[in-house]
Ligand binder design. Structure first.
Ligand code: FNR
Length: 363
């Protein structure tokens, strides 16, 4: 048996294999109401029928002002619950574990979709954009200067994550992931590059971690005990004086103590000028450090594109699962190719019955 096709049990959920779809914004909400569309059903559904073990929906805003763009999905009302439910139902029907990444874009909110002529540029606050918030009034590269959240407003953000987790449960999701990476709100608090507060939410490592720990605790409380909770972290800002691997390991251990089941280990996103040595599997060593030192399960992500490469990551004990991003956009049936390349018997390969005839070329 291969490591990639071994199931993974976390709490009451058993994921059929270790090949997971990374969360990826689709910018395919066309009415700016945060409701997922037929695109989301087709996109996520195709990866379920393609054999992914866990299929994670994109960064989904817990409040309207937490969207990156007006085209992001949301989960701030019961109408969102109803819109997500058929999607989780489809994923379950075809054997995939459904996950949703809950997010607040903080100072990187209120931008246009990358498909728009402005290509992700700032949208005016007077409309169609909105006022953005952050730990400190420091703008991200050409975007708006954020309003510095008050302590009461921070509590409201924490509550909105917990409320969204309850809705995620009602919508049928099996797993919730908190987005605390890529320079969005929770990561903005972690990084000294975006957080210069002098109150209980800034300064020391403990203070910078506070909102993430409070959010994880509140979500763990609100989210069913039998369902796993993940957190995505940027392991490093790749900038001197920024958020770093030591902080990531310390935070991951604290998150484990709060009942977080897996850390999804990414990097970067705090500042535009970071020099990142991008290459195959370049973030895998961070997943290894977190797994070894914080003693928590990890997901590895970032330029993992080949079945043998992915298998080697798991076999070496660098991570418990791999998350695939862009290669999964190109190839929704990547797990089926991996099964063929790794010699998994076709009966054990993740084909839905409709695609069984595709399992052998001569058929
Ligand atoms: C992303 N990524 C991303 N990350 C995240 O945490 N939440 C998100 O919603 C998105 N959105 C998104 C959209 C698109 C189109 C891409 C290509 C990427 C990052 C993604 O999850 C992954 O970490 C990176 O793409 C690196 O993995 P790959 O693509 O090298 O496998």
């Amino acid at each position: 048996m291969t490591a990639l096709f071994e199931s993974l049990s976390l709490r009451d959920v058993t994921v059929r294999n270790r090949i997971w779809l990374a969360p990826m914004c689709q910018y395919s909400v066309f009415a700016a109401d945060g409701l997922p569309t037929s695109w989301h059903l087709a996109h996520l559904g195709a990866r379920a029928t393609g054999g992914f073990g866990l299929v994670m929906a994109e960064a989904t805003a817990v409040v309207p002002e937490g969207r990156i763009s007006p085209h992001d999905t949301g989960l701030w009302s019961d109408a969102h619950v109803d819109a997500w439910r058929p999607i989780t139902g489809f994923l379950r029907e075809y054997g995939a574990t459904s996950a949703i990444q809950l997010a607040h874009a903080g100072r990187k909110a209120s931008t246009s979709s990358p498909f728009a002529p402005e290509r992700g540029g700032l949208l005016p606050a007077a409309g169609p954009g909105w006022d953005v918030v952050g730990p400190s009034p420091i703008a991200f590269d050409g975007l708006a200067r954020p309003h510095e959240l008050t302590v009461e407003e921070i509590s409201a953000v924490v509550r909105s994550f917990a409320d969204a987790a309850v809705r995620a449960d009602h919508a049928g999701f099996d797993v919730v992931e908190l987005h605390a990476a890529h320079g969005y709100l929770l990561h903005e608090f972690l990084s000294p590059l975006s957080n210069v507060r002098t109150d209980a939410y800034g300064g020391s490592l403990e203070n910078r971690m506070r909102i993430v720990l409070e959010t994880a605790a509140a979500v763990r409380e609100a989210w069913p005990a039998g369902k796993p909770l993940f957190v995505r972290l940027s392991a490093t800002d790749w900038v001197e004086g920024g958020w770093d691997v030591d902080g990531t390991v310390a935070l991951s251990a604290r998150l484990r103590e709060l009942g977080v089941d897996l850390i999804d280990v990414s990097s970067g996103g705090s500042v535009p000028n970071a020099v990142i040595p991008v290459g195959p599997g370049y973030q895998v060593p961070f997943a290894r450090s977190v797994r070894d030192e914080a003693k928590v399960a990890t997901g590895a992500v970032g330029l993992i594109t080949e079945p043998r490469q992915a298998e080697a990551i798991l076999a070496a004990g660098d991570a418990d699962a791999v998350l695939l991003g862009r290669v999964a956009l190109r190839e929704p049936g990547w797990p089926q190719r991996a099964a063929a390349e790794l010699g998994v018997p076709r009966e054990a390969a993740p084909y839905p019955p409709q695609y069984q005839r595709g399992a052998w070329p001569s058929g």
